[in-house]
Write a protein that binds this ligand. Structure first.
Ligand code: SAM
Ligand code: SF4
Length: 326
């Protein structure tokens, strides 16, 4: 079967696969009250993950990011990595983590086949880090980043959501950090979720403002590579690190969309924000269901809308990003 493609000519070679909704942090923009289980959730099991990865790899998926909630809280996290690594069609295995378990496990995950890692660090000031994440773990997370660099990861990226009147003053500190450290920083513009209009209005900082500040300091936008997706990347000859901006409110953000999402309960989400997710789980039980699953994926892609509706304040069913991995 051919590559997944939608009615707008976009091709999807990148899957963000959530493996749990559970998280041990309480980021104020995501899970301010911490993770609250909804009944007795049953997250994807290893055989379901194997069937999912197999089907997606047949329809052109080349990159898989394992996400959550906090994906590394799964006891079988290394087994999940191995399942993805064993699939020859997948070129890139990445994860996004809050870094809580990184120091202890960076080498183990690398040895299992993980090659790229994004660590969320919203502030380089330990007190502000605590204020935003609800966890006093700044030093532990930073030691984790060092461990990842030592373990040999191809890419260590740092995700930070810059928030007005909270960590927005940290920008110079972040820049100072990457002057001599080969880290890719990604600033993610705060997205409005079903959680809180008030929070959004108080703390949303437009990505365009950050972009102007970068230009003013001599940063230049890199030419977009084919698999960049929606990030805009910047570099500076005096800095070893690079910067990426994710600006979901920017015009044309959706035009370069190349990703699909599957939630930890096995629902396909064509967009972070537009629909409630289509159940795939009934077709994840046996290898023999592969052809039917592939057919369902193709059928669903025809439903993908051209853009999200965040500009209109429509956040879909996404209560918070921990439920489908951001
Ligand atoms: N727990 C892991 C972590 O924090 O890296 C992985 C899951 S988390 C949902 C993935 C990314 O989404 C994180 O970098 C987080 O900062 C980002 N995120 C969560 N809620 C967001 C929001 N409302 N707007 C923008 N980014 C958000
Ligand atoms: Fe947890 Fe990540 Fe959400 Fe923070 S952003 S609460 S670490 S899932």
């Amino acid at each position: 079967m051919s590559q997944l493609q939608d009615n707008f000519g976009r091709r999807f070679h990148y899957l963000r696969m959530s493996v749990t909704d559970v998280c041990n942090f309480k980021c104020t923009y995501c899970l301010p009250d911490g993770y609250r289980p909804d009944g007795k959730p049953k997250f994807l099991e290893l055989n379901e993950i194997e069937n999912l990865v197999g089907a997606f790899s047949e329809v052109g998926t080349k990159k898989i990011r394992i996400t959550g909630g906090e994906p590394t809280l799964r006891k079988d996290f290394s087994d999940i990595i191995r399942i993805v690594a064993d699939n020859d069609n997948i070129d890139t295995i990445a994860t996004t983590t809050n870094g809580y378990r990184l120091e202890k496990h960076a080498q183990e995950w690398f040895d299992a086949g993980l090659r790229r890692i994004n660590v969320s660090v919203d502030s380089l000031d330990p007190r502000m880090f605590y204020q935003i994440t609800g966890e006093n773990k700044f030093d532990q997370v930073m030691r984790g980043i060092d461990a990842a660099l030592e373990a040999g990861f191809e890419r260590v990226k740092i995700n930070a959501v810059l928030l007005k009147d909270l960590n927005d003053k940290d920008l110079p500190r972040f820049l100072h950090w990457i002057k001599n450290t080969p880290i890719d920083l990604r600033f993610i513009e705060l997205m409005e979720t079903g959680l809180g209009r008030d929070y959004f209005q108080a703390h949303h900082l437009a990505g365009a403002d950050i972009k102007s500040r970068l230009y003013a300091e001599g940063w230049q936008m890199d030419r977009a590579a084919a698999d960049d997706g929606p990030a805009q990347n910047f570099s500076h000859h005096d800095y070893k690190g690079r910067i990426g901006l994710i600006m979901p409110y920017e015009k044309n953000f959706c035009a370069s969309c190349n990703r699909l999402r599957v939630s930890a309960k096995g629902k396909l989400h064509l967009c972070l924000f537009t629909e409630s997710g289509l159940d795939l789980r009934d077709l994840l039980q046996h290898h023999e269901q592969r052809a039917e699953l592939v057919e369902r994926l193709h059928g669903q892609l025809a439903q993908k809308k051209e853009t999200h509706f965040l500009h209109d304040g429509i956040t879909g069913v996404t209560k918070h990003l921990a439920s489908i991995g951001g």
